[in-house]
Design a protein around this ligand. Structure first.
Ligand code: AMP
Length: 571
């Protein structure tokens, strides 16, 4: 009988494997309707006790491919340890445990996760209580074996998940020792995306007539994902990304950076430009990582910047955009990253930020993957404004699909004007409130893209803004331009020269922009900063007096001048 929370489900193809109905019934509520290719091949083989080599990576459904036969075998009761899953990282260990628990929710089977860096106490207590299924990282598993706390003598099934990663991370000796500490009769399922020599040797030595199961190349292709490459100098990547995020219809965006430091820097940069974002990298503890993931999954956080390793196992179905802030090192990495979008038949977009030196690598990717990566330019101000208008209209459309509240009907009646006029006025107010530009926005890109020769002092039609945050807080011109452009909807073209000194920044803007900006508070590099009018002498940042290229009027005698240099510092 099924539990009250799980009404008996209609038979799915999973029931055809001959799985215990309590297992098969648990899958439909998880959205599993039909087996993936790797499941189709691996499940029957594992169920009859064969060893299996699965050439598959995250996203292929490999966890259920080994997890369902594993649970079928161990479905009853407590210890001794009958099944062990080794994973390269604690994240993957926890994720595999979660998946197994969700498959086993109608079964009385207990599982424990063991991994390094966590206290021994709870793991030891769980082991002492007797658990038939252990999921863990090789180092900690071996450690517990050596302490006599983890007995593998009754092991029936061993799963090596992401064996190539375990090899890459230097765990393979531990894996070999675990293999030797378990009875030679145990069944082995070895999953690996690639098959480097040392893994092939281990397979040869320990697996008995394994069945090789390879996800067809088709499943790893990227043809269903719209791919673009945006050519951008390294120093403008932050700005380019901010513009992309503003212009694209993003549901959830996963941004990949190559290193931990790069990941944190990219996230900081985006945050400083007013984009709500979080980073996922190896320096985060499990709780912080879980917080980020749960906000990303629920849609409360739209943008996450991650390293390849931290993103392993991020399993969010609605990722609409994958953005390569840095190009991955090879085609396989590229496929793996962009395969995070376009899941389950959904549309997906992958955009790579490509520096001029990397253009050749994009061509190589196109050749290797037999795909087309469209070369695009950074979105213009007009495109961003149009995207914002479209989003506003979407929101209004969604709201209009429900019957209006009686109070709104009454207000409409009270207005007593043409409903079209009323709707237009209401849209206008909403647009103003959301900083959605309604007037013709120039079709320009940020000023830094097309370097302009800025005059050394504000011209008559410029006003200089003062922001009390500067180089000591790591402020860069892009932070200021980005914050103004995004938070105040200031077109990039109306922002002129930016000067950054230790404790302050000065930005020249048109008088119209100044009117909107003065008195406002912007978030820059994580600090809330009020904008006031600069009172420094005009031309104070001109390096050495008027240069030959100077244009415009001579500086007027300074208003409330501040001394340029303080001579009394050591008095
Ligand atoms: P994995 O490769 O095991 O990490 O699985 C990737 C994602 O696909 C996870 O979200 C699984 O829950 C999901 N999944 C696995 N098998 C199926 C299936 N047969 N039908 C639908 N979703 C699946």
């Amino acid at each position: 009988m099924s539990s009250p929370t799980t009404p008996p489900s209609a038979p799915t193809p999973f029931h055809d494997f001959g799985l215990d109905p309590r297992l098969a019934d648990a899958l439909a509520p998880l959205g599993f309707e039909a087996p993936t290719p790797i499941q189709l091949e691996a499940i029957p083989a594992l169920l009859v006790g064969r060893d299996v080599i699965g050439r598959a990576r995250t996203g292929s459904g490999k966890t259920a491919a080994f997890g369902l036969p594993l649970l079928e075998r161990v479905k009853a009761g407590g210890g001794p340890i009958r099944a062990l899953v080794l994973t390269p990282t604690r994240e993957l260990a926890l994720q595999v445990t979660d998946a197994l628990r969700s498959f086993a929710k109608n079964l009385p089977v207990r599982l424990v996760t063991v991994y390094g860096g966590a206290a021994y106490g709870p793991q030891l207590r769980a082991l002492e209580a007797g658990v038939p299924v252990v999921v863990g990282t090789p180092g900690r598993v071996l450690d517990l074996v050596d302490r006599g706390k983890l007995d593998l003598s009754a092991l029936e099934m061993l799963v090596l998940d992401e064996a190539d990663e375990m090899l890459r991370m230097g765990f393979f000796e531990d894996v070999q020792r675990v293999l030797e500490a378990s009875p030679p009769t145990r069944q082995i399922a070895l999953f690996s995306a690639s098959m480097p020599e040392p893994i092939a040797r281990v397979a040869e030595a320990h697996l008995r007539e394994p069945i090789e199961v390879q996800v067809e190349r088709e499943a790893l292709t990227v043809h269903h994902i719209e791919q673009r490459a945006l050519l951008v100098p390294e120093r403008h990547k932050g700005e380019a990304l901010t513009r992309l995020l503003a212009a694209e219809p993003i549901g959830a965006a996963l941004v990949f950076a190559r290193t931990r430091a790069g990941c944190a820097a990219a996230a900081d940069d985006l945050a400083a430009r007013g984009v709500p974002v979080d980073a996922l990298h190896g320096d985060l503890n499990q709780a912080a990582r879980e917080r980020v993931l749960s906000r990303f999954r629920s849609g409360r956080l739209r943008v996450v910047v991650a390293t390849d390793v931290a993103a392993r196992g991020i399993d969010v179905e609605h990722v609409t955009h994958v953005i390569n802030y840095d190009l991955p090192t090879d085609a396989e990495g590229y496929v793996h990253r962009i395969g995070r979008t376009g899941r389950a038949g959904r549309a997906g977009v992958a955009i790579s930020l490509v520096t001029p030196a990397e253009v050749r690598r994009v061509r190589a990717l196109e050749r290797t993957l037999d795909t087309v990566i469209a070369k695009v330019e950074v979105p213009t101000d007009a495109e961003i404004a149009a995207a914002k208008r479209a989003r506003l209209l979407d929101e209004v459309r969604a709201a209009a699909s429900e019957a209006p509240a009686p109070a709104l009907e009454a207000m409409l009646d009270a207005l007593a004007i043409d409903p079209r006029r009323a709707a237009a006025a209401a849209l206008g107010l909403l647009a103003r409130d959301r900083d959605v530009a309604l007037d013709e926005t120039p079709d320009t890109r940020p000023p830094s893209w097309a370097r302009r020769a800025a005059p050394a002092h504000p011209s008559a039609d410029e006003v200089e803004l003062f922001l009390p945050i500067g180089r000591t807080r790591g402020v860069r011109p892009g932070d200021l331009v980005g914050a103004l452009a995004n938070e105040l909807e200031v077109p990039g073209s109306s922002i002129g020269r930016v000067t950054i000194v230790a404790g302050a920044s000065f930005v020249r803007v048109t008088p119209e922009v100044a009117e909107r900006a003065l008195g406002r508070v912007l978030e820059i590099r994580g600090h809330r900063v009020a904008i006031t009018r600069s009172r420094r002498p005009e031309g104070a940042d001109a390096p050495r007096g008027p240069g030959p290229g100077r244009r415009g009027p001579r500086p007027r005698p300074a208003a409330p001048a501040r001394p340029k240099k303080r001579f009394d510092r050591n008095k």
